[in-house]
Design a protein around this ligand. Structure first.
Ligand code: SAM
Length: 302
């Protein structure tokens, strides 16, 4: 990140806050106010968190086109759905609502579901990742990130110095980064599960009919080789005739590609607004060649 120090919108007049150097205040997540936040405000607070290189950016209503298509395709079908990299799962909640009575099983997964928060002086909050590394320091005016890649040396040093204050923080607590409404829904509805999952690992749960990966596989976060590998694993996770939904967003425009697993491999079934960024990395179907046996011509995959 070129600028590891951003403005916290909570501490500046409106004028500064439209800038792309200003992010929403994540501190309410740590202070117990989280359960009282409106769903969109909870998502905004979670969106300011960055683990490794990936931000948890999300918001409600951003996948309305793919939600409509999926709910039409699976009418009366009760699919098993694996949602990978769901962040706070506000978009999962949107899809669950779109499916309504057609919901089968829904696995909400993300690599970073929990953060550990500790408090420094004057309302400063430190956020740790699952390896107990401090990834963010949030004060009323500034957000300081551990990802200093590409930053000028003095800025990188200042960010590291400010982050080192986490060692003196107190009152540590674990915070689940999932929409409170969804946590209580999952408690009442056994069809919905929330779990940690890394998209580079094989899935050990029930075979999914649909795997959804939204706004995760793109070149800001992963190399082409990593995206290919992740997609190879996810395609292997799918059951026969299963579908892979890749979604990406460009300037608030939802783009997606839907693939179907066939005997010949992954086939593109549907493209919206030019398709998802990671679509070219989906394993290509095996080339088909024709074999003639007597009068009969057969098509076989190679
Ligand atoms: C930009 S958010 C996308 C959230 C949501 N899918 C959406 O479209 O609004 C990317 C999410 O992927 C998660 N993530 C990063 N690396 C991952 C991995 N290897 N496996 C699973 N999830 C990962 C991050 O923690 C983050 O919550």
């Amino acid at each position: 990140m070129r600028l590891p120090i951003k403005l916290n919108r909570a501490g500046w007049p409106e004028f500064f806050c439209s800038s792309r150097f200003a992010f929403d205040d994540p501190r309410p997540l740590a202070t117990g106010e989280a359960s009282r936040l409106a769903p969109a405000s909870f998502s905004s607070a979670v969106s300011s968190l960055q683990f490794g290189v990936t931000f948890k950016t999300t918001r409600p209503g951003r996948q309305s086109h793919s939600n409509r298509l999926i709910s039409e395709l699976y009418r009366d079908a009760k699919p098993v759905i694996l949602d990978v990299g769901a962040s706070d799962a506000i978009t999962s909640l949107d899809l669950i609502r779109a499916l309504g009575a057609d919901l089968g099983q829904y696995f909400i997964t993300d690599l970073n579901l929990v953060t550990r928060c500790g408090f420094g002086p004057r309302g400063t909050v430190y956020f740790l990742d699952r390896h107990q590394t401090c990834v963010l320091r949030a004060s009323r005016h500034f957000l300081v990130y551990a990802d200093v890649d590409g930053a000028l040396r003095p800025l990188a040093c200042l960010a590291r110095l400010l982050l080192s204050g986490w060692r003196k923080a107190v009152n540590w607590r674990d915070v689940l980064l999932v929409q409170p409404a969804l946590v209580s829904l999952a408690g009442r509805d056994s069809r919905i599960s929330i779990m940690s999952y890394d998209l580079f690992e094989p899935w050990s749960g029930p075979r999914p009919d649909l795997i959804k990966i939204a706004n995760l596989l793109n070149s800001r976060y992963f190399t082409d080789a990593q995206m290919k590998e992740a997609l190879r694993i996810q395609c292997a996770n799918l059951g026969p005739n299963g579908r892979l939904l890749l979604v990406s967003e460009d300037h608030d425009v939802e783009k997606f590609s839907l693939f179907r697993k066939t005997a010949a491999g992954m086939q593109l079934e549907y493209d919206h607004a030019g398709g998802a960024k990671a679509a070219p990395h989906v394993p290509a179907p095996a080339p088909v060649c024709a074999v003639r046996i007597g009068q009969v011509e057969l098509e076989v995959g190679t």
